[in-house]
Design a protein around this ligand. Sequence first.
Ligand code: SF4
Length: 313
Amino acid sequence: MNECYLGIDIGSISTKGVIIDNDNNIIASLYSWTEGNPIEAVKKLIKNLKKQLPNNYQIKGIGTTGSARKLIGLMLDANIVKNEITAHSVGTLNFYPDVRTILEIGGQDSKIIIINNGIITDYSMNTLCAAGTGAFLSSQAKRLGIDIEEFGEMAYKSNNPVKIAARCTVFAESDLVHKAQIGYKIDDIVSGLCKSIVLNYLNNVGKGKKIIGPIVFQGGVSKNIGVVKYFKEILNQEIIVDPNSHLMGAIGIAILARKNKIGKVYDLNIKDIKFEINGEECERCSNCCEILKIYKNDELVDAWGSKCGREFK
Ligand code: SF4
C-alpha cells in the first residue's frame, strides 16, 4: 500500500482539499464552496476526493487549516491543525524555496506573508473589509452582468482603467454604478476595479511591508489575470502564480500532516460527533458579528463568524 496525506483548508467562502503522496505530488484535489455549512462542505469534499483516490493508497495523516480548522480537525481526528499563515507558507516554500513575499487574496480575506531564509518574519491579515476579496469581485461581476471567468480577461485587455473608489465595498459599488451610468466602457471599468483592488491591498494589508521578490501570488483571486497584471505593473516586479495557487493552504497543511504523522491509518469516515451550536452576537465593535459557538459535551470546541479573527475559545 502507498501512503498519502489529506489537507483541508476550510474558509467561510471556499473549501479546498488535496491528497498528496510521500513526495508531495498531488493525487487528488478539489476546490468547492462552503455555503455557510463547513460540516456539509467537508462531507461533500471527502466524498469527491475518495472517488479520485486510487485503491492502492491509504491515508496516513490528516491536517486542517482555515477558519473552521478546529471543528473539522475534531471531526476527522486530524493529526495536525494549524493557522492559514503557517499552511500557506509551508505550501509555497515547498514549490518556491526562495520566496520572499506571499500575497494572498481569498474569498473573504487577504494576507501578506514576509519570508526570509525560509522563515516567516512578518505577516498581516485583513478580515474586516470585504473590498478587494474574491467575494467582492464575484458580486461586482454579477452586478455588471459579466461571467467571473471573463472578468480577468476583460481587465487584462483594457489599457484605460477607470479610477474606482474601492476603499470600501459600499463606495466601490456606488462608484461602479455611477461610472457605468456616465458611459465608461465596461472593459475599462472592470480593469479599474482590478487596479483598485491591488492599490487597496497594498495600502492596507501591505502597508509598511517591504515587498521583495521572488513574489508568489495565491488564493482564488490570483486566477484573475487582470489583478495579476496590476500587481506586476504597480510593484514593477515579476509575480509568480502557481497552477495550484488556489490550493496552496491545503497543500501546506497536507505536507505538515505528512511530517507529523503518528502511525495511524485513516478510513476517511467522518466521525458522527454530536455538536451543539449556539449563536450569539459579539458586541466588542460595530461589526456586531454573529458568532456560532460549537460545543461538544458542553465543551466549546470552535467558534465561527468572527470578521477579525478574534478567538472565542
Ligand atoms: S468578532 Fe467582535 S471584535 Fe471581531 S470584528 Fe466581530 S464584532 Fe468586532
